[in-house]
Design a protein around this ligand. Sequence first.
Ligand code: GLC
Length: 696
Amino acid sequence: MNIEDFINNMTLDEKLDFIVGPGLPGQFGNDDVEVRGTVGIIRGVKGLPDIYLADGPAGLRIFPDRENNKYYATSFPIESMLASTWNRDILREVGEAMGEETKEYGVDVLLAPALNIQRNPLGGRNFEYYSEDPLVSGEMAASFVEGVQSKGVGTSIKHFVANNQETNRMKIDTIVSERALREIYLKSFEIALKAKPWTVMTAYNKVNGYYCSQSEYLIKKILREEWGFDGLVMSDWFAGDSGAHQVKAGNDLIMPGKSYQVLNYRIDEREEIKKGLNEGILTEEDIDEAIRNLLNLVIKTPKYNNYNYSNNPNLDEHAKTAYNAALEGIVLLKNNDVFPIKDKKVAVFGTAQIETIKGGLGSGDTHPKYVINIIDGFKEKNIDFDEKLYNIYKNKIEELRKEKYKPYHNDLGHTLYPRLPQNVIDNISYYADNNDLAIIVISRISGEFFDIDIKDFYLYDDEIKLIKEVSKEFRKRNKKVGILLNIGSPIEMATWEELVDGIMLIWQAGQETGRAVADIVKGNHSPSGKLALTIAKRFEDLPSLPFPVNGDEVIYDEGIYVGYRYFDTFKKEPLYEFGYGLSYTKFEYSNLDIKKDNEKLFISFNVKNIGGFPGKEISQIYIRAPKGKIDKPFQELKGFEKTKLLNPGEFQKINIKINIKDLSSYHEGWILEHGQYEIRVGASSRDIRLIEKIDL
Ligand code: GLC
């Protein structure tokens, strides 16, 4: 296609139909679309095909029922669990699987990955984000994007930028320093760009006074001019307040368009742009620039290239990919001889053994063919569990679901299951007599549109009562108690962790949850996940308070001191630190060797499995900069690598390259201070195994 000729032959109305979507074709009850669940369309003008966009980060969010067939898409682990694998290969494999499903189900762009920073554990979309750290976020996103796009469909790195709370998200103004923007909130997107995502989705919120979708500074100056992004920029759905300012700022595509169709607070954006032309807000050249970016995207899509999609992706293969991702994302936080349970007989408490949460709600939701819940996984892997206890839970849930606890759709289309009561068991001592140990499952669900209620951050009275009674009865008989956390974002643990002997963070692992959890609990595999966030002892210890802010603006006064950057610099003790996770084996680090040229550091060291169980180790490189002109965090993660599966006695030489310029700080430009830098090789941010100093 000759892009310029094509543009020269377009009328203004055709250009505007291209820039502004037709509304919500496949959602909220509308069904005039080929692929049900499609959430946005780039209108085919002048003979071009309609281009389909669909969510999301945990799997292709399409509705299975179409042409009286069932087209299921795989439900993968949530992003906060994928990040806990710290394994770029896993993210790439998940990306390849989702990319294939996107292509084979007739969708052109997958609206993922989301890589906003998890600034506070109450963030409603934390399950959909990777980490508190920009390097982990950016690296996971880059590998995922490479995977998806290797299948010939597009991605959208979102939400650009600093969309870290759901409360008042469409309007709230995020007041944040240039340094914090550059080093934290923009940094994950800057890193992800190396994978050349086809599109970027601008965020709902404002940053320092301007809607992200209307910010020339963010889109034109930083994203395009400084970083050289030459793909398409689209708005989030119904974002901003002026189509004219969006196009002027370089936001090429306005989604979903026809706002009046769903939210009647705005006129059609096409009218807004026309008005903007007359008022001189923007010019026809601004519009043509958007058209150029749109055409460059369209000609890459399967739809434009007449790809005859099969509606038959390899779902069995992808289920294995989802299982492997879940297996490597599980994080063992505490283990006083509880796990693995091997052939012991276990009493499983908690309704989430059956009502296992597979993921979060909203655009990040998925509609899989099945979900293997925890107890199904135990059955399949021949874990011996107390049937009597299970049947009490099963009957109680059926009874509750019949009367009181019906799922309900809140006004935003969420299917919310109210929390089920936990104290459904009378005489726990009976189960303590008849089983070797206890496992209690605690679950939480969250979703788009809402931040997590502080009540959900703490255990409920019935959960505390259950843990206390189980702990009392089983410990009286010198038997252990383990906790499985089926959550998408950290909850409070410090007040009760002494009552239990083991805590396993199983996150929300998608359709294969039960299988992966059972394999780790039984001991068929060792856990190998680590935290990509900090678990604080107390909510009050967090630097991002008050959260969420229920007003017109939120001030990020903690600046760059987000997560471990705060806890390490200001000497706050977390309950479980960034980068932490236990294994069924032990690893030894040795032979640190550092070389450098004038651009890179070349760091190598050996990791050896010195325990009795095969396992994978995640090693991390933290850099501590010298005191200089500006304040710096105590240390910052600048590299990481996960080993292959190491058998007992086996070791692997790890080589990590770090660009020296990536050690600089932002202070009216990037500056790297002279002096002595400490290279800290750790099994976590606080379990540093090897240290060397170098002068830079
Ligand atoms: C939603 C989300 C965005 C999603 C889009 C389409 O509101 O913010 O992540 O891709 O709208 O569903």
